[in-house]
Design a protein around this ligand. Structure first.
Ligand SMILES: NC(=O)c1ccc[n+]([C@@H]2O[C@H](COP(=O)([O-])OP(=O)(O)OC[C@H]3O[C@@H](n4cnc5c(N)ncnc54)[C@H](OP(=O)(O)O)[C@@H]3O)[C@@H](O)[C@H]2O)c1
Length: 386
């Protein structure tokens, strides 16, 4: 049976792996729409290769280039944020949201509102607007399937019929490239150093988030949105081999885990084919070769981003949205060479201090808080860059 599929953020690390699965499974999916931020050549090539009906680029200035690149192919094109929403709103049974950052919020909501089956990689959307997105998913009958490997692991071992039997959710963290470094040793690191993830090969933003451990903080908040478990029952353990992708501990003391090699095509395939399982080309796990699995507690002093995220999750309301917006600005400033690696947590902390948090119940409120937090974070960046 062929299912219709849309991939938001198709030119990125997750998006291109989703397209790889489409190419490996002829006849299984028909691609309705794909999107990118600004990379017109990559998007046009992907649209032709997968036979998409519609391709949209977020940057409105790239609209003419997009049209030219697809001239004569019969593929419709669009540009600008509204074209991304149109891509998500088109009739596809399955939508993979692999846009990076809060830019994914509006298109994700468009897919939610038509009750699609949504594979969510775009964790920032759940972090900044989790209660609004999950309430809309319930109201419109949309299914949210986590693509993040940790949440996908939990989804696979979670007793969805008896969530009260789950005593703890334990997210594993690789620890990132600076796991063993002191703060002083992290001071002068370059963007390339921060992107050298020890286990996973991913886009720049999530790689830097993994180096600060903010990624694990965002994942805690994401887990709180996806699974009906009180926040005090969420835990993080550093596991450098990243063989165990996460665990659920039950009231009887049993701990269920999902294991696998670090290949995102495993959770992406799970979300794309659910409730079926399909074959993937991922390498098989060879535990005898790996031989040792190590674990350690996360160090919140060397990695204050994780502590900030934990506090924002406990505070709830708009605090996670402020945290996320500030982090996006701080990471972009680090990539642009405006601030150093250790300024990232400082900018996030300053923004959380500066922007008051409170309850949020609509997307419009989320967007207003997001804008206010970005402005405050930019001011904090300028101060530190000066
Ligand atoms: N990579 C992983 O293994 C992994 C694992 C778990 C979760 N995730 C999550 O999945 C999401 C995507 O991560 P990634 O590593 O695949 O990122 P990535 O490689 O940087 O790709 C991001 C995608 O989003 C598009 N994009 C960028 N800015 C945009 C904007 N303002 N509006 C619309 N689209 C925009 C990019 O288009 P252009 O190519 O045109 O820039 C690209 O298609 C993130 O939320 C990340 O946290 C990723």
């Amino acid at each position: 049976m062929t299912a219709s599929l849309t991939i938001l953020g198709a030119t990125g690390s997750v998006g291109s792996q989703a397209l790889d699965l489409v190419a490996r499974n002829p006849g299984r999916w028909r691609v309705e729409a794909i999107t990118a931020g600004s990379d017109v050549p990559a998007l046009a090539a992907a649209a032709v290769a997968c036979g998409a009906r519609f391709a949209a680029v977020a940057d409105p200035a790239r609209g003419a280039a997009m049209k030219d690149a697809l001239a004569g192919t019969g593929i419709e094109s669009g540009a600008g944020p509204e074209a991304l929403v149109e891509a998500a709103a088109r009739d596809a049974e399955v939508v993979i949201t692999a846009i990076v950052g809060a830019a994914g919020l509006a298109p994700t909501m468009a897919a939610v509102k038509r009750g699609a089956q949504i594979g969510i990689a775009n964790k920032e959307t759940l972090v900044c607007a989790g209660p609004v997105v999950t309430a809309a998913a319930r109201a419109h009958g949309a299914t949210l399937l986590p693509v993040d490997s940790e949440h996908n692991a939990i989804f696979q071992v979670f007793d969805h019929a008896r969530p009260d039997r789950v005593e703890k959710i334990i997210l594993t963290a690789s620890g990132g490239p600076f796991r063993t470094r002191s703060r002083a040793e992290m001071r002068g690191v370059s963007v390339a150093d921060a992107c050298k993830h020890p286990v996973w090969s991913m886009g720049a933003k999530i790689s830097i988030d993994s180096a600060t451990l903010m990624n694990k903080g965002l994942e805690l908040i994401e887990a709180a949105q996806l699974f009906p478990v009180p926040v005090e029952r969420l835990a993080v353990i550093v596991h450098p081999q990243s063989v165990i992708h996460s665990m659920a501990e039950y009231v009887d003391g049993s701990v269920l885990a999902q294991l696998g090699t670090p290949d995102m095509r495993i959770p992406i395939a799970y979300a794309m084919a659910w409730p079926e399982r399909i074959a993937t080309p991922a390498a098989r796990l060879n535990l005898a070769e790996i031989a040792r699995l190590e674990f350690e507690a996360p160090d919140l002093e060397r990695f204050p981003c994780l502590a900030l995220a934990w506090a924002a999750m406990r505070a709830g309301g708009s605090a996670p949205c402020i945290l996320n917006a500030a982090n996006e600005i701080a990471v972009a400033a680090f990539i642009a060479g405006k601030v150093g690696f250790l300024d990232i947590d400082a900018v996030v902390a300053a923004t959380l201090d500066h922007v008051p948090s409170g309850p949020v119940s609509t997307i419009e409120e989320v967007m207003a808080i997001d804008a206010a937090a970005r402005a405050a974070a930019m001011a904090a960046v300028e101060k530190r860059a000066a």
